[in-house]
Design a protein around this ligand. Structure first.
Ligand code: DHB
Ligand code: FE
Length: 285
């Protein structure tokens, strides 16, 4: 096991994900909560759905108390971002972008960090000396829905390393390792050298891990690259790209794979992989 694997704990990555969410995304809830009728509808239906489960399955007091202590522990572990992003976000993403033209999106997940180093259109993501893993050249073009290049589009990229760990959320990895904001050229083109990420296992030693074990599920997401593509006048796309025939591509614990998001890199000279993927941005609404 690597040092990172020895030290990575659910409590650490969960707490970091919670801090990150509170730092970046507060402000949204206050606006959404101002619509009393909407809150009434949604809260009533969620609570009613819970009642239905209790009646349908004759839930016992013992089971109710297990649920209560589990919900408390999710908060104590800081794992609400992990839980929600794995089991709920994909449906929110589906609803949000059902009618959007252009590239398909996927969940953001808990590990985005704004402010990654800006990189030119031909670049290598920040990585350690001797960063383990197969080198991958990820290149393509950003256009609008008419096919016109989007000059200077920004591709914010983040990913797990060759062992499945994210900088800033697992210990012992430099802050911006395998994270960068790539600025496409005047033709919207980019060519980024990185490493192939490994499949990612959601932490097994916290509350989400206990649920997974208790239910007989597995904790794996297929290997993926995260990309958030944005440009003035266009709708941003937050997405993930996966690898053909990769482990868990068919049974992602976060249900976030779409057929349009599967890369098929080809091996080129000296064992490196290369793949082209183009992004299409819809006009800002
Ligand atoms: C989780 C982790 C990811 O890397 C991701 O893309 C989505 C969700 C998680 O642990 O919740
Ligand atoms: Fe991820």
């Amino acid at each position: 096991m690597t040092d990172t694997a020895l030290q990575a704990t659910a409590a650490a990555s969960g707490a970091s994900a919670t801090q990150r969410f509170l730092a970046d995304k507060t402000g949204t809830p206050a606006t959404a909560a101002a619509d009393t009728a909407r809150v009434n509808t949604l809260a009533t239906e969620v609570i009613t759905a819970l009642h239905d489960v209790v009646r349908r399955h004759q839930v016992t007091y013992d089971e109710y108390n297990v649920l209560k202590s589990w919900l408390i522990s999710v908060g104590q572990d800081g794992e609400w971002p992990l839980f929600l992003d794995v089991w709920v976000e994909y449906v929110v993403e589906e609803v949000a972008h059902a009618n959007r033209e252009g590239s398909k999106g996927s969940i953001e997940g808990p590990y985005y960090a704004p402010g990654a180093p800006t990189l030119p259109s031909v670049a290598t993501l920040p990585m350690r000396e001797n960063e383990p893993g197969t080198r991958l050249l990820f290149q393509g073009q950003v256009t609008d829905v008419s096919g016109a290049p989007v000059a200077g589009a920004v591709l914010e990229m983040w990913q797990a390393d060759d062992a499945g760990f994210y900088a800033q959320f697992a210990p012992g990895i430099p802050e911006w390792n395998l994270r960068g904001s790539v600025v496409a050229d005047a033709e919207g083109r980019f060519a980024v050298t990185t490493v192939q990420p490994a499949p990612y296992q959601i932490p097994t030693d916290g509350s989400c891990g206990r649920l997974i074990a208790a239910a007989g599920w597995h904790a794996w997401r297929p290997a993926h690259l995260h990309v958030k593509v944005s440009a003035p006048g266009h709708e941003s796309v937050t997405t993930q790209l996966y690898f053909k025939d990769g482990e868990h591509i068919e049974d992602d614990v976060a249900s976030a794979v779409k057929p349009e998001l599967i890369l098929d890199p080809k091996q080129v000279a000296d064992g490196r992989n290369e793949v082209t993927y183009d992004f299409v941005l819809a006009p800002a609404s």
